[in-house]
Design a protein around this ligand. Structure first.
Ligand SMILES: Nc1nc2c(ncn2[C@@H]2O[C@H](COP(=O)(O)OP(=O)(O)O)[C@@H](O)[C@H]2O)c(=O)[nH]1
Ligand SMILES: [Mg+2]
Length: 278
């Protein structure tokens, strides 16, 4: 029997974890996705709150946890495989601080060690880039070769994310002498509706975060990159989106699969991971 997957969803504050979780819960409850809830999830309050806002066409306010809390969802796929989805909430800006201060909560260490898969959420639109379209030669558009890096004066967003991965790898004492299979790595490029790029997600990350991508690519055997738009559009916390509310949150949101195909089933990144398909 295949090993049960324990999937850890990691991402800095503001990348869209809570809204993704809320939409994921909604899909599970209306059963319009490839996965099913296997048991009652724990600690769903922040996601349920976000979902009740979405039902009214509103985004939810950011409510950072004071301490480490995690929400664990047992799920099952169509073939009967079960997995646990772990949504850690680190308290405020902990993930960001982690790479700077290098302090790791004990509960998190255990999670890192026991996870079979990591899902790293990155929001490309909110990343400060050292180099952009205006400073980059046009003929490079569409090519995926790593950019020569400009001089960096403080730790860049890209370097901080790379550092985060390195800390997690160190914590789990994973050896990098050969490409990693466990933990598997899936990168979700979130708020894809903001990205405005016709390329496949792996090409977008290679182009926008070349240093991070080359680290990932050289250390993981089969890293997967997908695009995710949990909401399908931007929502405000004050002005309700009437269309979103009347059609219903379950009809919004999509993923972009590695080959560029779009699907409205936002649980697919997890389903594919469970089936061992990268
Ligand atoms: N445009 C767009 N915005 C999103 C999407 N998902 C979340 N957001 C916004 O991103 C911000 C951060 O989301 P949140 O789920 O609180 O992030 P978390 O801190 O990682 O839990 C909020 O302002 C959301 O409205 C999306 O799919 N598209
Ligand atoms: Mg959150």
């Amino acid at each position: 029997m295949a090993e049960q997957h324990t999937i850890l969803l990691v991402g800095e504050s503001g990348v869209g974890k809570t809204h993704y979780g809320a939409q994921f819960l909604k899909r599970l409850s209306v059963e319009t996705c490839a996965l099913k809830a296997a048991n009652a999830p724990s600690n769903v309050t922040p996601f349920a709150t976000a979902l009740s806002c979405l039902t009214e066409g509103l985004a939810t306010h950011h409510t950072p946890a004071d301490s480490y809390v995690e929400s664990v969802w047992p799920i099952r796929d169509e073939t009967g495989r079960v997995a646990e989805l772990v949504w850690p909430d680190y308290g405020g800006e902990q993930v960001r601080n982690l790479a700077v201060q290098r302090q790791i909560p004990e509960a998190w260490r255990e999670r890192v060690l026991s996870a079979t898969d990591w899902v790293l959420l990155i929001r490309p639109h909110s990343i400060r880039k050292e180099d952009d379209l205006f400073s980059r030669p046009l003929q490079k558009l569409g090519k995926v070769e790593p950019q020569p890096t400009a001089a960096v004066h403080s730790i860049s967003d890209q370097a901080r994310m790379l550092e985060l991965l390195q800390i997690l790898l160190y914590l789990g004492q994973f050896h990098l002498d050969k490409p990693l299979r466990r933990p598997g790595l899936t990168i979700l490029l979130t708020c894809w509706d903001e990205v405005n790029d016709p390329r496949v997600p792996a090409d977008v990350i290679a182009d926008q975060l070349p240093m991070l991508w080359s680290f990932v690519h050289s250390n993981w055997a089969t890293p997967t990159v997908m695009g995710l738009s949990a909401l399908g559009r931007a929502l405000s916390t004050e002005d309700a989106d009437v269309e979103f509310a009347s059609v219903g949150p379950e009809d919004f949101g999509y993923v972009i699969l590695p080959d560029g195909q779009q699907s409205s089933d936002i649980t697919l990144p997890i389903q594919r991971l469970m089936s061992g398909r990268s």
